[in-house]
Write a protein that binds this ligand. Structure first.
Ligand code: ADP
Length: 294
């Protein structure tokens, strides 16, 4: 099942244009939606998840018209929002038992089988009888995924799931998503570039409601090859370099600024070409988009 988004627009009552002609085609696999805070990621995710309506545009999921058939879409949709509440005293098993009942799995043994398989899949089996109030951030997120999977979704949407997770939890969580992405469409919205580079088969960058780049991470990197240069500069020179070059990032290395510059050919003496990282492309695209919109 593929997801086809066409010409989506949304302006909030306060006048913020959160989606500005967004079109994306998303095939089964893991899709990374990258963008800075306020770019419109949540608005797009919530719209695809039928939780809010756009001003204009269309969304198709396989044969379904998402905007005209929200109830049908909800049957095949799993959505993990940025924040969700759980009754802290209930165990993971009881929580899942509740959600699988809501999803219409009424047979007791069938439900037990499903709940057990969800607990195993999300690596929560050992903690199944513990109160969820005592769960770590990563465990809560994995329980959120188990809940989202209760209805056997064809489309899974996860909004900024790795914020606040420690590296081990983050890896475990992303690996779980990647595994799911083998069979269904998984959309991962994030401002963490590495999450996308590591696991997504395709990606888009959005900025101020517009898609500024779309592709698969390896061809995106390929297209940036030969265009990223680095140089150590002194703090005193930094301003001048920022004025004269397309500086995409500044990092301190042993207290000295190390700059990355985007340039079609060598930007001058002292610069060395580097293998582009997805982060370089991201900063470049977001920087360009920001410059265009002022
Ligand atoms: P992201 O998820 O990328 O951080 P959002 O979709 O949450 O972006 O927000 C996009 C823009 O729309 C932001 O400028 C945000 O302040 C604004 N926005 C989001 N939700 C609302 C709302 N309910 N009412 C008014 N403005 C909103």
């Amino acid at each position: 099942m593929r997801l086809v988004i066409e010409g989506l627009y949304k302006t909030y009552p306060g006048g913020v244009q959160a989606l500005d002609d967004v079109s994306l085609t998303i095939e089964p696999g893991m899709f990374g939606l990258l963008g800075p805070n306020g770019a419109g990621k949540s608005t797009l995710m919530r719209t695809v998840a039928t939780l809010q309506r756009p001003d204009a545009g269309s969304i198709r999921l396989g044969d379904l018209d998402v905007l005209a058939q929200p109830d049908e879409v909800r049957k095949v949709l799993g959505y993990l929002p940025q924040e969700f509440g759980l009754y802290p005293n209930l165990s993971a098993r009881v929580v899942l038992d509740h959600f699988t009942t809501l999803k219409g799995v009424t047979g007791r043994s069938e439900r037990k089988e499903l709940v057990d398989s969800l607990l195993v899949k999300t690596n929560l089996w050992e903690s199944k009888d513990k109160a969820v109030g005592g769960f770590s951030g990563g465990m809560k997120q994995r329980l959120g995924i188990a809940i989202a999977l209760a209805g056997d979704p064809k489309l899974l949407i996860v909004d900024e799931p790795t914020a606040g997770l420690d590296p081990t939890e983050r890896h475990r969580f992303l690996n779980l998503l990647a595994e799911l992405g083998r069979d269904i469409v998984v959309i991962l919205s994030t401002h963490i570039v590495e999450d996308v580079r590591e696991l997504c088969s395709s990606m888009a960058i959005i900025h101020r409601g517009r898609v500024v780049l779309e592709g698969d991470p390896s061809s995106v990197l390929e297209s940036a090859r030969g265009k990223v240069w680095r140089r150590k500069v002194s703090r005193a020179e930094l301003d001048a370099y920022q004025r004269d070059h397309d500086v995409i990032s500044v990092r301190l290395q042993a207290g000295e600024p190390l700059i990355h510059v985007w340039s079609e050919d060598t930007p001058g003496a002292g610069f060395h070409g580097v293998e582009p990282a997805l982060e370089d492309v991201y900063f470049h695209e977001v920087g360009e988009a920001a410059a265009r919109s002022v």
